[in-house]
Design a protein around this ligand. Structure first.
Ligand code: MN
Length: 284
């Protein structure tokens, strides 16, 4: 049996908020990698485009990648909007397309509705979408271009932590809450458009962990949206764990808890565990 683990939104380089959680370091994250054969880092792993966070973020990322390599774990990196790199993957289809994994910044018309860079990002996304072909690859390339527009805005580099900047501004709180309500539906719609065969959509980006089952217009089976949340306060980090054997996939959403200064998977829960018949001839 092989295990795939999917994590997102570590935001390495973003200063720690004194909230009692362990600092996000390779050492504190190491227990998550126990028994893992394939790790998917699903975007916003390090804040490499923010001028104030880049140096620390890159150093921590290098250490994390070194640890993953030494452990012999197969690694798949997927771009987020904080670590977009045109030469890297923007999505991954697992198990013959049953599981679709992407960060989530491309799901809607606006990837950051609460930020000062909101307008420029939205307008760049609209223009880039008009220029790119109507494929998943084209759409995610447009989203990458729009993500980078945030970092051409000087204000984006001087934002305090998300918690402070959002918490002090009621308008922003309202924008985030409204966006959180629509995000899972947008995720399901996006998958229906580009990956209709996917049963499970794994994303992050919104920093709101959760499980949503959303009816599909095209098939009898709903799309299950699993959002792995984020590691920065106040979001709650989660992992998607997929164990596969010859006949079936066991997909679980697991909370991540802090214990003795390190992060580890919380206990299994039967309500966030699904068995899926393994597609014939699929590979991980
Ligand atoms: Mn993001």
């Amino acid at each position: 049996m092989a295990r795939t683990l999917i994590l997102s939104d570590l935001h390495l380089g973003l200063p720690e908020v004194p909230c009692g959680r362990p600092a996000r370091t390779p050492d504190s994250l190491a227990p998550l990698l126990n028994n893992c054969d394939h790790l998917v880092l699903n975007g916003d792993i390090a804040d490499v485009h923010n001028v104030h966070r880049r140096e620390n973020g890159m150093a921590l990322l290098d250490q994390l990648l070194g640890m993953i390599g030494r452990a012999g774990i197969l690694l798949t990196r997927v771009n987020g909007n904080h670590d977009f790199d045109a030469s890297q993957k923007n999505f991954v289809d697992l198990y013959g397309g049953v599981v679709f994994v992407t960060h989530g910044h491309a799901f809607g018309a606006s990837m950051l509705p609460w930020t000062p860079a909101h307008r420029v990002v939205r307008e760049t996304l609209r223009a880039a979408r008009a220029r790119n072909d109507k494929t998943l690859e084209g759409d995610l390339a447009a989203a990458g271009e729009a993500a980078m527009a945030q970092w051409s805005e000087a204000r984006s580099h001087n934002e305090p932590t998300a918690l402070i900047s959002i918490g002090l501004n009621p308008w922003r709180v309202a924008r985030v809450l409204a966006w959180w309500r629509t995000f899972p539906r947008e995720a399901a719609r996006y998958a229906e458009r580009f990956r209709p065969e996917a049963q499970i959509v794994v994303c992050g980006h919104s920093h709101r962990a959760g499980i949503w089952s959303i009816a599909s217009a095209q098939s009898a089976a709903p799309k299950r949206v699993l959002n792995t949340g984020g590691f920065t306060f106040p979001s709650s980090p989660h992992a998607v764990v997929i164990d596969d054997d010859a006949r079936e996939l066991l997909v679980q959403m697991r909370a991540i808890r802090a214990r003795r200064g390190r992060y580890e998977l919380a206990a299994e829960s039967p309500v966030s565990c699904w068995r899926i018949q393994r597609p014939a001839a699929s590979s991980r």
